[in-house]
Design a protein around this ligand. Structure first.
Ligand code: AMP
Ligand code: FE
Ligand code: FE
Ligand code: ZN
Length: 280
């Protein structure tokens, strides 16, 4: 079985619609794929229909933007109750905060590069969770920078004068909310140093105590020499290990199925979650 538990669609910063995602998952010979848009479950309905017609099993979830003492922490939330009020309210609050924050970033970019808020909206699908990738796409279209990845390196990384953070819930509270919504909580790309600061070992211990279930060890943004450290932390804290692509369509080089998760781990996630896996 080929199982990829981390992808994005046009409902956040991916470039495939949910239907295109499922078609591409089938072409990539995946048996199971998870739709994990940032801070949103809006792609679930379309993805469910596409899963039934393509025959690829679908795990529905969300990638939650959280923070621990100023350090960005992404939490993969699998198979939660999508109507859970606390989680829904949190998604909405973060999506709202992302809009004002993106507008502030654009206000800083306009004098130097001429891009406007309308340019960014032109790259954002209706109802999508807005993020830096949409701003990056506007800069690429304007000919300022070559591609999304280069924009991050040159202009949008933390520490850049154009960078602005957005409100995000505390990571430990977000884990508690995921679990109370019947979801399964996995720490996404825990050693992604290239994106900014990462949390130390003891914080992963605190996250485990708060109800974390797993660590996404096999992800291209975790440097190879960090994977041993993460695997040993998983053993210490009784966390399972996943591997995923973090596919964003054409928005990133990440390819579907470039990292995968073991069938036994998928079975644990399915067992723990309250929302069923969609099967044709
Ligand atoms: P934001 O959600 O606005 O903070 O932007 C974070 C998103 O930007 C992540 O979900 C990735 O999709 C993308 N991203 C982060 N770092 C990079 C990078 N170095 N190169 C390309 N895309 C990135
Ligand atoms: Fe993303
Ligand atoms: Fe992430
Ligand atoms: Zn992601």
């Amino acid at each position: 079985m080929r199982i990829d538990l981390h992808t994005h669609t046009t409902f956040s910063d991916g470039t495939d619609t949910p239907t295109e995602l499922l078609v591409n998952a089938k072409a990539a010979q995946l048996d199971v794929v998870a739709i994990m848009d940032h801070d949103s479950t809006r792609g679930w309905v379309e993805a469910e229909q596409a899963a039934r017609s393509t025959g690829v099993a679908l795990v529905r979830g969300t990638e939650i933007s959280a923070r621990h003492h100023g350090v960005s922490v992404h939490l993969l939330c699998y198979l939660q109750d999508p109507e859970h009020p606390a989680l829904l309210a949190q998604h909405e609050k973060v999506r709202e905060a992302r809009i004002t924050r993106a507008q502030t970033i654009v206000e800083r970019l306009t004098p130097d590069f001429g891009i406007t808020w309308d340019d960014v909206l032109a790259h954002t699908s209706d109802g999508a969770t807005i993020g830096r990738p949409h701003i990056a796409d506007a800069l690429v279209t304007a000919g300022v920078v070559e591609n999304r990845s280069a924009v991050f390196v040159q202009l949008l990384r933390p520490g850049s004068p154009y960078y602005v953070p957005h409100y995000a819930p505390d990571a430990l509270e977000a884990i508690a909310a995921i679990r109370s919504a019947g979801g399964v909580a996995v720490f996404a790309h825990p050693a992604a140093f290239a994106r900014g600061r990462v949390v130390p070992d003891n914080v992963i211990g605190e996250m485990a105590e708060a109800g974390l279930n797993g660590l996404e060890v096999f992800h291209r943004d975790n440097p190879l020499d960090q994977r041993e450290r993460l695997t040993s932390l998983a053993r210490t804290h009784d966390l399972f290990i996943t591997g995923s692509s973090d596919y964003h369509g054409d928005g990133k080089p990440n390819r579907l199925g470039e990292n995968t998760t073991d069938q036994e781990v998928f079975a644990i996630i399915e067992e723990l979650g309250v929302t069923p896996v969609v099967r044709a």
